[in-house]
Design a protein around this ligand. Structure first.
Ligand code: ADP
Ligand code: MG
Length: 365
């Protein structure tokens, strides 16, 4: 887990690309973020949001238009890529096909002019780390995609970088292999103690692997937090939408304290909802509720919301109940299935919704 000391810090980083026409593209827009030593930190966002650009600036392949990047408190702008204690694993692996596995892994050390014996020993160590000792003399054109990915990792780790940058390294692998590599990457990060900055557009990958996640959109970081923070307490609509399924309810703040607000919804019901850090909203707000943080109840039971069940969809592991709340707003509830069968609700039933404690959360925007 994260050890506290800041490994990488971006301070007010903006990156403009001059397009073919007059318009400049703002790939990064005033990005500030601190990444801790030993952390598995993920940049999560849709294609084009600036993830690769941020990695390239950290690696030194390109320079910020404004702002600076610090490594352990020092501005690294004057350092060329090969002098930074940072290494990158690319999506395409970029292995040398005419070289053996061992030669690929030793390549970086070779370039640094390390003695032969040291290189050989280190390559052996890396092969053990990625569990590929028996393939040392195989050409990388003759191994599988998953094995190539491991070689790319071993090659990047061989010079003992302080920070490893991983740009969508798993997206070329099929589902089963990707799942295995997710576990493998976590193990590698744990065993080496190296700070990992991992890039993905896949929310599930981000949630399962990361110590912390930065959710990005259009060159900005919208929210940074643990997977649980990001999932349970999204602070903006984009974050709530991008990560999992969410119910949105509009309402008006009618009271509350620094922790929670009382929100009167369009249907007339009043619920209490958590507040994003440092925000005391007033007036109209949007509240989000995850579908699995609400329970369906029969008419007559105590409930927070009321409505009509429109559709029941069975998914094997769980069942999704599509409701229309009084006032006309759609609402989805997800309940895990058990051996006991369904909950005995059918489309057309009048139903109540019980919100679990802290289920509702006010959005910042
Ligand atoms: P991501 O990795 O999140 O998909 P990128 O960082 O690659 O996003 O790109 C962010 C934005 O910057 C995109 O709009 C992309 O088209 C633009 N961009 C990236 N690199 C360049 C470049 N060298 N020249 C012009 N525009 C670029
Ligand atoms: Mg990219």
């Amino acid at each position: 887990m994260a050890a506290g000391q800041t490994a990488i810090e971006a301070k007010g980083v903006t990156k403009l690309f001059q397009g073919a026409g007059q318009d400049a593209v703002k790939a990064l827009d005033n990005v500030s973020v601190s990444i801790r030593e030993n952390e598995f930190f993920t940049l999560l966002g849709p294609s084009g949001c600036g993830k690769t650009t941020l990695l390239r600036l950290i690696a030194g392949f390109d320079f910020p238009t404004e702002g600076e990047i610090l490594l352990y408190g020092e501005n690294i702008a004057p350092l060329p890529p090969y002098k930074r204690p940072v290494n990158t694993v690319f999506q395409s692996y970029a292995l040398f096909p005419h070289m053996t596995v061992g030669q690929n892994i030793g390549f970086g050390l070779e370039m640094l002019g390390r003695p032969r014996a040291e290189i050989d020993a280190r390559v052996g160590e890396m092969l053990r780390l990625v569990r590929m000792e028996e393939l040392r003399n195989r050409r990388t054109s003759q191994i599988s995609g998953g094995q190539q990915q491991r070689v790319a990792l071993a090659r990047a780790l061989a010079p003992s970088p302080k920070v490893l940058l991983l740009d969508e390294p798993l997206s070329a692998l099929d589902y089963k292999l990707r799942k295995d590599m997710q576990i493998e990457l976590k193990r590698l990060q744990h065993e080496t103690g190296i700070t990992f900055i991992f890039v993905t557009h896949d929310q599930e990958e981000a949630l399962t692997m990361s110590d912390r996640i930065a959710v990005m959109s259009r060159g900005r970081i919208l929210q940074v937090g643990s997977p649980r923070d990001i999932y349970d307490r999204p602070s903006e609509r984009f974050v709530a939408n991008f990560i999992g399924e969410t119910n949105f309810l509009e309402g008006e703040v009618i009271g509350g304290d620094g922790q929670e607000a009382s929100v009167k919804l369009a249907s007339g019901a009043t619920i209490s909802a958590g507040l994003p850090q440092g925000i005391r909203p007033s007036g109209r707000v949007t509240v989000v509720v995850r579908p699995e943080h609400a329970d369906l109840v029969k008419p007559g039971a105590a409930a927070d919301l009321w409505g009509k069940l429109e559709n029941v969809v069975y998914f094997g592991t769980d069942t999704h109940y599509h409701l229309r709340l009084d006032g006309g707003v759609p609402f989805i509830i997800r309940q895990q299935n058990s051996r006991g069968g369904g909950l005995g609700f059918e489309a057309g039933d009048a139903v109540g919704v019980q919100l679990e404690q802290h289920a509702a959360q006010v959005l910042r925007d």
